[in-house]
Design a protein around this ligand. Structure first.
Ligand code: GLA
Length: 392
């Protein structure tokens, strides 16, 4: 569902910043929310995200020289940030433009060289720093624009892989494939049940009769996400290497709960054991949750969401008082089917499934108790599941 005002704003802004250009086209790529299967995607496990109708809008046109010019409506005080195809290196000074630049760099790494530069304006309606994948959205948007402007032959799945590659190798976050995949492969009203061990996936329709998906943003300001995230990932890799001395597995996601329990003694560091436990149990929870959903058992899906949060809180240690407060307060409200943190954690958002007649009370009560405990407001959004990137 394209927001016509956002589209107009990004095109008007393009004209204002770069002048008239008959060739300019407008584009959209969604944000995403993960329903269950957290911190499993770099462990060869399953995830269950969906694309949202909020996301990143872009207006772009090719240039006649090798310049790259970027402008963000959300960060207009930064003005136009200029670069060139001859300077595809990350730098602090480049700020947010490191994401689109990284994608150009990753295209070139794959042999898809740009003959000319481009002018780009972006404008997003994903709340900033919310963990709803504004960076993956921008990466996939950029890849989609490059494909359209330069005629590269590259599938949407490849756009996801290129986005992840650029984030890992140009922007220094060792993220898994979930976010970029959800953004690039989104489908209206469907979540994506993805097996990250081989990228096989299926769409699962989300029909919430009489309930909605509500996102609650902690609005937590300072996040150390990248370094903590990379630390969790390397801990899981170490645990895997220890298991591999005995077991023939490619990722922690290959382990059943029984296999994990029988072999967990190999991990003598208790902290490492807890982290690996989360990866194994969360993967099995994601599989079970999708089964429950298909069987129409939304209540069970909701219980698994709660268990997911508890595991992320107690074993994986990526929640923090803000996310815990939002989830724990939500669990107390009648009509809340399930609630959990979503995304990398340490801040960002929770995702909740709430019955229509409970939404008002949910927002009011959780909101008040959050403010009392944390000292500032959370923000609530009712979201809809949208499709993948498109020319608009
Ligand atoms: C971030 C990463 C994803 C995934 C989640 C946790 O969003 O970008 O790859 O690992 O955290 O599930």
């Amino acid at each position: 569902m394209i927001n016509q005002e956002m589209k107009k704003a990004v095109l008007d802004s393009f004209k204002k910043v770069y002048g008239d250009n008959d060739e300019v086209k407008a584009y959209f790529a969604p944000g995403r929310v993960n329903l269950i299967g957290e911190h499993t995607d770099y462990n060869g496990g399953h995830v269950f995200p969906c694309a949202l109708t909020i996301g990143t809008y872009g207006a772009a046109a090719k240039r006649d020289d090798r310049k790259l010019r970027f402008y963000s409506v959300n960060q207009d005080r930064l003005g136009v940030i200029e670069s060139s195809l001859d300077d595809l290196n990350p730098s602090d000074k480049a700020g947010w433009t490191n994401y689109p630049k990284g994608v150009v760099w990753a295209f070139e790494k794959r042999g898809m060289k740009l003959d000319k530069g481009f002018d780009l304006v972006i404008s997003g309606n994903i709340p900033n720093g919310s963990g709803l994948s504004s960076s993956a959205s921008l990466e996939v948007l950029t890849g989609f624009i490059l494909r359209d402007l330069y005629g590269f032959e590259v599938s949407n799945q490849d756009l996801a892989l290129i986005g992840q590659y650029s984030e890992n190798n140009f922007n220094g976050c060792n993220c898994g494939i979930m976010d970029q995949f959800a953004v690039a492969m989104g489908k209206d009203d469907n979540a994506i049940f993805l097996d990250t061990s081989d990228l096989s996936f299926e769409y699962a329709p989300i029909k919430l009769d009489g309930a909605k998906i509500i996102i609650a943003n902690t609005n937590k300001k300072h996040k150390l996400t990248d370094s903590q995230y990379n630390a969790r990932r390397s801990m899981c890799e170490k645990a895997l290497a220890i298991f591999q001395n005995k077991l023939d597995i490619k990722g922690l996601g290959d382990l059943t709960i029984e296999e994990f329990e029988a072999n967990k003694g190999l991990l003598t560091d208790p902290d490492m054991q807890k982290k690996a436990k989360h990866a194994v149990y969360e993967n099995q929870r994601a599989i079970e949750a999708v089964k429950a959903l298909k069987a129409g058992d939304i209540e069970h899906f909701g219980k698994l969401m709660r268990q997911s949060h508890e595991s992320l809180r107690d074993d994986y240690d990526v929640t923090g008082v803000e996310l815990d407060t939002l989830a724990e307060e939500a669990w107390k409200i009648p009509g809340v089917i399930g609630s959990r943190m979503t995304g990398g954690g340490f801040g960002g958002c929770t995702v909740s499934i709430v019955r229509d007649d409970a939404i008002e009370n949910f927002k009011k009560t959780v909101g008040e108790n959050y403010r009392k405990k944390i000292g500032y407001d959370a923000t609530f959004y009712t979201v809809e599941i949208g499709g993948g990137p498109e020319v608009i």
